[in-house]
Design a protein around this ligand. Structure first.
Ligand SMILES: [Ca+2]
Ligand SMILES: [Ca+2]
Length: 406
């Protein structure tokens, strides 16, 4: 039987360092040079003017995102290139491409603590007893009401996933790798495998952990590289791919403090397709918004601890929809391993899982109705009613599905 590895072993000893390194590289508090790539993203207006603009520019794009009308160009001096493009006919807008990172806390709460003694027996997963988040949000009780996963998948757009993992291989569907441009979204980090397990590890299979949504498939899309970072257009392409391949919910455990057109366009388009976009609030313990979480129509998720206090790292804000457990979360790690991580990254796929369970019971609902239902059935925390530390409160899976039984 697989056993949970202690913190000092396996992935964690190494990943602590890797986490801090890669997170610094996201540019959350570093200068723009750390995020910069020598590329510019241009949106052309449809029609003849854009053809003239393209001709005047005289260079071929490196990549395209046709669905969003975007071209990505190489540019030695991105700012100068942007200024030049903006003067051309048919250019709607242009911006320097940048790298965006995943959400892991700078101060890793997971590294110094041991797991509590929550014990559950509702499903046949040997590690379920260590998944305090499942107990807290009453997921096992909710599965007794409805395991009814959504037929359409939840997409995890992240660093990929170990799709051959013993507790993932029956649940995950390989999407695409937008970092290496191939059909195998292999996880060369660890973050995506962890997020995929939270929403969709195989539940009740006698192996490892339980996933939040037992009957919902998980579509794995790789938009972040081995450092946990991806460019605006890689993430935008991941979102578009997920929606075009049937995802009903897109889980984004990533973000950056700077607004950008490309991701806002991708999110707006996905929301317009009736898809629920769930995104992490970010882990800077800050009131500053992170994007895409702060874009309109996005279900933004904060993180709570075992005692229903706010996780120290979790960002706050008016745009937070709900909170979910994100401190010391056990899930899958690459190569048939398991590990504990903390972050709004971990809270986000749990909310995505519950959203898919609710949607399975009310397929006619819109994304905003699903969001509203999760908010209404959440456990209010902190100040009475909505507050900027917890949003509408911490999700309650049993309350969410039980209230839909007719
Ligand atoms: Ca399992
Ligand atoms: Ca409250």
């Amino acid at each position: 039987m697989k056993r949970l590895l202690p913190f000092a072993m396996a992935g964690l000893a190494g990943c602590g360092t890797q986490t801090l390194t890669s997170f610094r590289a996201t540019g959350t508090s570093d200068g723009p040079e750390a995020r910069a790539v020598r590329e510019v993203i241009v949106a052309w207006r449809p029609g003849i003017e854009a053809q003239a603009g393209r001709r005047a520019l005289g260079v071929a794009p490196l990549r395209r995102v046709p669905r969003l009308g975007l071209d990505v160009y190489g540019a030695a001096d991105p700012q100068a290139f942007v200024a030049r493009v903006r003067r051309l006919p048919g250019a709607a807008w242009a911006e320097a491409n940048e790298r965006v990172g995943l959400n892991l806390p700078r101060h890793e709460e997971a590294l110094a603590v041991s797991l509590p003694g929550f014990r559950l027996t509702a499903a046949d997963d040997p590690m379920l007893g260590d998944q305090w988040a499942m107990a807290k949000c009453r997921f096992p009780e909710a599965w007794a009401v409805s395991r009814g996963g959504l037929k359409r998948p939840v997409a995890v757009v992240d660093t990929g996933a170990d799709t051959r993992h013993e507790d993932l291989r029956d649940k995950v569907v390989s999407g695409w790798d937008f970092v290496n441009q191939d059909p195998e979204p292999r996880d060369d980090h660890f973050h995506g495998t962890h997020c995929a397990g939270i929403v969709g590890a195989a539940t009740g299979n006698g192996i490892g952990v339980a996933g939040g949504a037992p009957d919902t498939p998980v579509l794995v899309v790789k938009s972040l590289d081995w450092e946990g970072m991806g460019t605006y257009d890689q993430i935008a392409q991941g979102i578009v791919f997920a929606v075009e391949h049937g995802a009903k919910v897109v889980s984004l455990s990533l973000g950056a403090p700077q607004k950008n057109y490309t991701l806002s366009q991708a999110v707006t388009w996905a929301v317009g397709q009736g898809v629920l976009v769930v995104a992490a609030m970010g882990n800077e313990s800050s009131d500053d918004p992170s994007y895409p979480a702060a874009y309109p129509g996005v279900l933004a998720v904060g993180s709570t601890r075992m005692d229903d206090t706010r996780s120290g790292f979790s960002n706050r804000g008016d745009h937070m929809s709900v909170s979910a457990p994100g401190s010391r979360i056990l899930s899958t790690d690459r190569y048939d391993k398991y590990q504990v991580l903390s972050g709004t990254s971990m809270a986000t796929p749990l909310v995505a899982a519950l959203a898919s369970m609710v949607w399975a019971m009310r397929p006619e609902w819109t994304a905003s109705q699903v969001t509203e239902h999760l908010r209404k059935t959440a456990v209010d925390l902190g100040e009475p009613g909505f507050d900027t530390s917890f949003g509408a409160g911490r999700i309650d899976a049993l309350a969410a599905v039980q209230s839909l039984v007719r």
